[in-house]
Design a protein around this ligand. Structure first.
Ligand SMILES: *Cc1c(COP(=O)(O)O)cnc(C)c1O
Length: 360
């Protein structure tokens, strides 16, 4: 049996270090927003090449707090790709704003920059780019559009820790980068956790205030804030894993290159472009008979996932929020299949998957 992802296996190399971190935090008597969080924030900012990092409770919160910072008016619009995990869209809704969906490029699965301008209205305030599957969006034209129309940019980096575009890391292009450290992400905690990156000290201070009840001085509340704090234990675990994130990424890249060179061309492979360094949070292929392929692999002991089975525009939760047709997003959702590609997988397991796939 080849699991899609086995978190026990992924985390096993870190067990001894986790045990001593647990003991250290336990015995410190300080559990939320302390030294461990500060240390992780510094380490992760350095890793991304951003000036600041602010730990928060989740990836969703990282985006909500980012939008809340801007104090846009209720109903102001934010551009977001139609092909994304629903959290991206929910963050806009939770911030009291209106998501305006823009179709992806069918080869990269990320937002198609050439379709953004036609979606702008006088109420458009920001673009939420999503670096899906660990591949960055084509940032140059997006930055140009944002500058031309005076739009803010938030990056959903939940799947893109350390991914690069022209040598520059995810989370350093926009006003804010929003990261999730949900256990399955490339940098995954042992619970929920997230972070916001920014290069602007004023924005960093604002997120710090928003995450802690809108308060900088205890019991003095300046803005309508949240309880969205990172705890010491998760921060300690994350610092341990961050030290080996480059190794985790290289492992996934190696497995991706095995797939890329080994799979027959019946399968539509992830698009590889010069100037992009992809971190393969997910290795998504496409096939017109996705369900049959998935069943065939399952019958042979190979577990796969679908990211995602229902596009945001087809979700009941968004029926009132999202109108229009998104045929490209639907086509991707219908045909996409995620293959095993974790830190816990060996090269020989991936070669086995390739072998079975090629006999489909
Ligand atoms: C995981 C994920 C999120 C949400 O992160 P949480 O930490 O679960 O809130 C947002 N966007 C994308 C693209 C994700 O994959």
């Amino acid at each position: 049996m080849i699991a899609y992802e086995d978190l026990q296996k992924v985390n096993e190399p870190f067990f001894p270090a986790f045990h001593s971190a647990w003991k250290r935090v336990l015995e410190s008597g300080w559990y939320i927003l302390g030294k461990e969080v500060e240390q992780f924030e510094g380490n992760f900012a350095t890793f991304c090449g951003s000036s600041y990092c602010i730990g928060v409770a989740s990836g969703l919160d990282a985006m909500i707090l980012s939008f809340q910072h801007f104090k846009f008016k209720a109903g102001d619009e934010v551009i977001v790709p139609s092909n994304t995990y629903i959290a991206s869209i929910l963050s806009i809704v939770h911030a009291g704003l209106k998501p305006v969906l823009v179709e992806p490029d069918i080869t990269t699965y990320n937002i198609d920059p050439s379709k953004i301008e036609e979606a702008l209205t006088p109420r458009t305030r920001a673009i939420l780019v999503v670096h899906l599957y660990g591949k960055m969006c084509d940032m140059a034209p997006i930055l140009q559009i944002a500058q031309k129309h005076d739009l803010r940019i938030v990056e959903d980096c939940a799947q893109a820790h350390g991914a690069k575009y022209q040598g520059q890391s995810a989370g350093t292009f926009g006003d804010f980068g929003a990261f999730s450290f949900y256990p399955t992400k490339n940098l995954g905690a042992l619970g929920d956790a997230g972070a916001v990156t920014t290069n602007d000290p004023v924005l960093a201070e604002s997120i710090k205030t928003l995450r802690n009840y809108g308060s900088r001085i205890k019991y003095t509340n300046e803005v309508i804030g949240h309880n969205s704090r990172l705890d010491e234990l998760q921060a300690a675990f994350l610092s341990i894993k961050l030290k080996r994130l480059d190794e985790i990424t290289r492992h996934k890249q190696r497995l991706a290159s095995l797939y890329a060179s080994g799979l027959k061309d019946d399968f539509i492979l992830p698009c590889i472009q010069a100037g992009f360094e992809d971190v393969f949070h997910i290795f998504a292929i496409r096939h017109p008979r996705r369900e049959a392929l998935r069943g065939y692999l399952a019958d042979r002991g190979i577990k796969t996932e679908v990211h995602y089975p229902i596009p945001p525009n087809g979700q009941k939760a968004l029926r009132e929020t999202v109108q229009g047709n998104y045929p490209l997003a639907e086509e991707i959702h219908k045909t996409v299949l995620s293959l095993p590609i974790s830190f816990g997988h060996t090269e020989s397991e991936i070669l086995q998957v390739i072998d079975v796939m090629n006999k489909f």
